[in-house]
Ligand binder design. Structure first.
Ligand code: NAD
Length: 332
């Protein structure tokens, strides 16, 4: 029912139910890498919870799924404390909502700005730390503050440089993903062996990286797109577009499809283009990310407890043919 029809008592009950349900979904998704429902189902209920909490702010609690970065640290991995939190991202589902985001940004910074527009890669966030040019630590996002040390596994990923050409200290962040071809091959093999298949490439990537045996990770043929330089100003970088260029020069895999947009029309065009081309790309994407291009403005806008204020994801509508099936019969 519409939010305006809720009494405080009704809202309290529904908020409790939604939180319980979302926590159950998140547990399966983040801990077992085996979702119980499609993302769109999770997203709808999450949105409902967000709207109720907005209408009844007295119901917001620090442990609500809207106030925490989802994700857990699996037993068996050494914990890594992130120097800067690895956050989640706000999302919108329509161009109108995107326009509202843009108005909010303009109002907050009191100037027009450009956006760096990127594909939202359907994988899991990783952080890579280098000391004097050598890879020393690779970790997952975990709950945003504490992640999992998956250095040995990330060393098996061919696109991650073990040594940089320059002996610098550096932390970069990006997405580790499973290319569609590897995903299909893996699920076919698992099915032949009578093992549970992965619901989607994102869960397959997460399950393959969070492995205690690096040999398994290596066989899974993961890949990466790196998109963030932590403390980029230390390297003379002032915009997100420059950061991507610099990352590429350092030898990281950078997604080639990003662009700088100066107005909403260009962003709409970009969204339409990649929504149409989505199936042809060799990796999964679930939307488009807009980032305020100027890093000094990003710093000024800062973060909420859960998301950076200066970026937003436009999520594509769910793919119809995409359903969760635990037992696929492969026709080979
Ligand atoms: P998110 O995955 O939607 O967005 C944040 C992440 O986007 C970042 O951590 C980063 O890893 C990634 N990303 C990809 N491309 C990027 C780019 N170019 N620049 C910056 N970041 C990029 O947020 P989340 O908090 O990790 O998870 C919420 C998502 O997980 C929702 O989509 C939700 O549907 C899904 N989920 C599903 C279930 C389920 O049961 N199906 C349960 C929990 C969560």
């Amino acid at each position: 029912k519409p939010i305006k029809d809720y009494s405080l008592a009704d809202a309290t009950t529904t908020v409790g139910e939604l939180r319980q349900q979302l926590r159950r979904y998140a547990q399966a998704y983040y801990t077992q890498d085996a979702p119980l429902v499609e993302d769109s189902v999770y997203d709808d209920q999450y949105r409902q919870l967000q709207e109720l909490e907005q209408a009844f702010p007295q119901l917001v609690t620090a442990d609500s799924p809207t106030q925490q970065v989802g994700g857990t640290v699996l037993a068996g991995f050494t914990k890594v404390s992130h120097q800067l939190p690895m956050l989640s991202m706000g999302d919108v589902f329509s161009l109108d909502e995107l326009a509202s985001f843009d108005s909010r940004m303009q109002k907050a910074i009191q100037q027009t700005t450009t956006y760096n527009v990127e594909l939202k890669i359907d994988g899991l966030a990783i952080s890579l730390r280098y000391e004097a040019g050598k890879l020393v630590l690779g970790s997952t996002r975990g709950d945003g503050s504490i992640g999992e040390d998956v250095t040995a596994n990330l060393r098996t990923v061919a696109s991650i440089p073990q040594t940089l050409a320059v002996p610098i200290d550096l932390e970069v962040r990006g997405e580790c993903y499973m290319p569609k071809a590897s995903f299909e091959k893996l699920n076919r093999e698992r099915d032949n062996n009578g093992e549970a298949v992965f619901a989607n490439p994102r869960n397959a990537a997460a399950g393959s990286l969070r492995q205690l045996n690096s040999r398994v990770t290596k066989e899974r043929q993961l890949d990466t797109f790196i998109y963030t330089i932590v403390n980029a100003d230390r390297y003379g970088v002032t915009t997100q577009a420059e950061a991507l260029k610099q990352l590429q020069e350092w030898g990281f895999h950078v997604n080639p499809e990003s662009m700088v947009a100066t107005d909403l029309q260009q962003i709409d065009d970009y969204i339409q283009r990649y929504q149409a081309q989505r199936d042809e790309l060799p990796y999964g994407i679930d939307g488009v990310v807009l980032k305020i291009n100027q890093l000094s403005l990003q710093a000024e806008l800062g973060n909420t407890v859960k998301v950076p204020r200066w970026e937003i994801a436009y999520k594509f509508p769910p793919e119809e043919a995409h359903t969760i099936v635990r037992d696929i019969e492969w026709t080979v």
